[in-house]
Design a protein around this ligand. Sequence first.
Ligand code: P6P
Length: 341
Amino acid sequence: MSLKTLGQFIIEKQADFPYAKGELSRLLRDIGIAAKVVNRAVNKAGLADMLGENGSANIQGEVQQKLDVFADEQFIEALSRGGECCYIASEEHEDGIDLSTLVTSKYGQYIVCVDPLDGSSNIDLNVSVGTIFSIYRRKKESGVIESQEVLQYGREQVAAGYVIYGSSTMLVYTTGKGVNGFTLDPSIGEFCLSHPDMRIPKQGKTYSVNEGNYRKFPQYIKDYIKYCQEEDASTSRPYTSRYIGSMVADIHRTLIIGGVFLYPESSAYPQGKLRLLYECNPMAFIIEQAGGRAISNTCRVLDIRPTHLHQRVPIVIGSADMVGKVEKYLEKVDILTATES
Ligand code: P6P
């Protein structure tokens, strides 16, 4: 395969993005720049006193790692300078960052929701971590950003993607015309097309859930986990259990080989743990574009009405047939509940 950089690919696919020429190119260029800087820091963290806690907490009350803060700063700086982005919703900030008052971003038409460094509690363990981003077009041409411009349905995303800082660093994104993956070639500092037209298998052999929470799960999730563990050669069961604890890494594996990832509601997290705007929606857009599914109880993730920036939702995402199987267990509960009531 001849070398094709992310920039060349976006220009070649410009027709896929129905807005003014070059806008998406510049947005993804800005995200790519920040990702390269974060990648360098993640790879050198152990040598550059970038491991460990920052001594602060984010809006979620989660202890911030030094690299969380560093990554957040890089994406804000790159998007602020790029001029295409007018507003950033970041996991690391309670309120959104309104760039529309900056001269450079006054005419920016895009809103970016970002988890700058997802899974960062794993960094000191040298486990893959990632950045997750979601891109919306603002509803008004200019002026003060209003909440209904930020809290758009996931189905209104114009682009979404993630960067995984792993054994190699990859950027995977969609603009609604399929999913493509780019691997960073450090020798030239470019993301190069390595996984064209990514598709998720309809069925897989892996289920991914934090089974340490088993007792706290609703019954239908417990029943599904038991189903995964039962012997049945005709359905390749028992399935393999794989859980990294870094959403980007778990979803990337699921996209490549198939499977299902679950972060359900529980007594510990009644609304689920993962955030709708900058974790579940972008991953749902990507997986659906690759031929998979993403649900939150009985609702399609992309159809959930957002109510606030850091809203948490339960999620079951991955191979279409496996998500459908979980859905069957959920439907049984609904039927039982209905007959009991
Ligand atoms: P738990 C990382 O902290 C994260 O936000 C996701 O990347 C990951 O999927 C999840 O939380 C892991 O949560 O409760 O299983 O440790």
